[in-house]
Design a protein around this ligand. Structure first.
Ligand code: 13P
Ligand code: SF4
Length: 337
């Protein structure tokens, strides 16, 4: 363990975070609250963050809600408890703020499945197509796109495009196939996927449904088609949470990352939420990238204002254009205020 801040800062690129000892006697919840006030910082967290981080956040949301909050934030510092593309999106939308991410190595298998060079070549093979990209991609892919979407607004975004306009959808093949079915389009799909949502076991979910005949299966559209085919409801993390709050069932099997269960259980203590089992020996399904962030790393990053997201301005502006288009369409559709 590295003991001083100068050494830790030198190693930040290699490690991804400030590798410093944190006094075990510190009340990290109180310290993070103090740092928020002292530094005029806002803490945004995705639902897949560990419960302790969710509990100390100012706002918890899906990618659409988080992007909107980041864009509107008037604090001096945006601390992003999520993965790299989310913090990068915050910087794209609100560049005058300092954007911090507790661990720079908190990546995303889906974003990694679309590297810029092969994607550019793929795009060149489909010259008359426009590109709609899921927000789970790098700034380079955003810059090669015409419109960005999230799981919360994808249908509306696609519907805003004339029916005879050919579309490339990237990077998630499962979300793309689901949207093709929903909208009746025939979008050309980039062959990417999320490691967390592709690992659910149809066999184990089917058995679980038999053991809990009154439970509804609710699933994220990044899941594979056979899981989506037996789902009672499909939606973004916020939509899954809202559905389970307004729906009358008392039991749910939840096919997405397990972090969301924390908010579901808090909002509805009388209902039962069962994580859908993956295709391995684990009982639930954690995103290894999201879970790289810890309360200790969060505290250290707020304390020393590192690691920070920095971007090339030309790339930022190119990536902002399709993000702005997404925001305009979402606003016109009444999905955001
Ligand atoms: P949403 O929270 O926007 O549904 O996204 C899910 C996800 O996989 C984020 O990485
Ligand atoms: Fe990426 Fe999947 Fe993890 Fe979301 S859950 S951050 S899409 S790997």
């Amino acid at each position: 363990m590295i003991m001083n801040i100068e050494e830790a800062e030198k190693n930040i690129e290699q490690k991804g975070f400030l590798d410093l000892e944190v006094d075990v006697k510190l009340d990290l919840f109180a310290e993070i609250e103090r740092l928020k006030k002292e530094k005029n910082a806002i803490l945004l967290a995705h639902y897949y963050q560990e419960p302790d981080i969710q509990d100390v956040a100012d706002y918890i949301g899906d990618s659409l809600g988080l992007a909107q909050k980041a864009r509107q934030a008037d604090a001096d510092i945006i601390v992003f408890a999520g993965v790299h593309f989310m913090a990068e999106t915050a910087k794209i939308l609100n560049p005058s703020k300092k954007v911090l991410l507790p661990d720079l190595k908190a990546g995303c298998s889906l974003a990694d499945s679309a590297p810029a060079a092969p994607f550019r070549a793929f795009k060149e093979k489909h010259p008359n197509h426009i590109v709609i990209s899921y927000i789970n991609c790098t700034a380079e892919i955003k810059a090669l796109s015409d419109i960005i979407c999230t799981s919360g607004n994808a249908e509306k975004i696609i519907e805003s495009v004339p029916k005879d306009q050919p579309i490339i959808f990237a990077p998630d093949r499962n979300l793309g196939a689901y949207l093709n079915k929903k909208t009746g389009r025939n979008m050309v799909l980039w062959n990417g996927a999320c490691m967390v949502h592709e690992i659910f076991s149809l066999e184990k979910i089917t058995k679980l449904k038999m053991r809990h005949p009154n439970a509804k299966l609710i699933a994220h559209p990044e899941c594979e088609e056979p899981v989506l085919a037996i789902a009672d409801y499909i939606g973004s993390t916020t939509q899954l949470l809202k559905y389970s709050q307004t729906d009358t069932a008392m039991e749910y099997i939840v096919a997405t990352e397990t972090g969301i269960l924390h908010q579901m259980q808090q909002a509805m203590p009388g209902k039962t939420f069962i994580p859908a089992p993956p295709n391995n020996s684990c009982a639930c399904n954690d995103c290894p990238h999201m879970k790289l962030n810890t309360l200790e790393k969060l505290y250290l990053c707020m304390m020393y204002e590192k690691p920070e997201i920095l971007m090339d301005e030309e790339l930022r502006l190119a990536a902002k254009k399709p993000m702005d288009r997404m925001m305009e369409i979402s606003k016109a559709a009444g999905l955001i205020g």
